[in-house]
Design a protein around this ligand. Structure first.
Ligand SMILES: CC(C)(COP(=O)(O)OP(=O)(O)OC[C@H]1O[C@@H](n2cnc3c(N)ncnc32)[C@H](O)[C@@H]1OP(=O)(O)O)[C@@H](O)C(=O)NCCC(=O)NCCS
Length: 169
């Protein structure tokens, strides 16, 4: 039997190229047809390898899900940005390559992110998610999140609603 190593670790500068390719692939598969083409391409293009190399130094914590030496997903975590919500921590982004979705790795990665935030005394958690991103909405509900807040995100003149999920401490 083959043993598969799965670990969540902080991203290294050497991971930047792989994360940039992953980011491009997963953002296209998640948002094409949902976010208008031009702003989506712009958001992807501005995060090239150099951008991700700098991101390994902060300000948020950049984590990767490493499956047998391959980066299957990334997450960024840190302090909650919306002071109207009293939860201390936030997962800003959590993305898995399409071929690694739907087999339990997202829930494992989510729990690890929470554990890292808890270790930093951030027990409550916030996650924002576009309302039309149905897979992610279903996922965060399945993880026990409650959508208690709403906001709008502007993309080239098109407004998309986002939902704020919270987990209490
Ligand atoms: C959202 C995401 C992180 C979920 O990770 P995942 O590994 O696919 O999810 P899991 O396999 O751990 O599923 C956990 C639970 O979430 C729910 N779920 C996840 N994906 C689902 C889908 N496509 N449809 C319905 N339910 C889904 C299920 O309840 C599932 O539990 P079950 O398998 O016991 O039924 C991942 O699919 C992803 O990266 N998607 C694209 C990027 C994205 O939208 N990120 C979030 C931005 S806010």
């Amino acid at each position: 039997m083959t043993t598969l190593s799965i670990e969540v670790r902080r991203a290294d500068p050497q991971d930047a190229r792989e994360i940039a390719a992953l980011h491009r692939k997963v953002w296209i598969s998640s948002y094409a047809g949902l976010i208008p083409h031009r702003p989506l391409v712009h958001m992807i293009e501005r995060r090239r390898e150099d951008w991700w190399r700098r991101a390994t130094r902060g300000p948020s914590t950049l984590l990767v899900l490493d499956v047998a030496g391959k980066i299957a997903g990334y997450a960024t975590i840190g302090a909650n940005r919306i002071k109207a919500l009293k939860q201390e921590g936030e997962i800003y982004e959590l993305y898995l390559l399409p071929e690694y979705q739907g087999i339990g790795l997202g829930s494992y990665f989510f729990r690890e992110c929470r554990a890292i935030l808890r270790a930093l005394n951030m027990t409550g958690l916030v996650v924002w998610c576009l309302e039309d991103n149905e897979n992610a909405i279903t996922f965060y509900r399945a993880m026990g999140g409650m959508d208690v807040a709403e906001g709008m995100e502007e993309f080239d003149g098109r407004s998309l609603k986002k939902l704020g999920f919270v987990w209490r401490s």
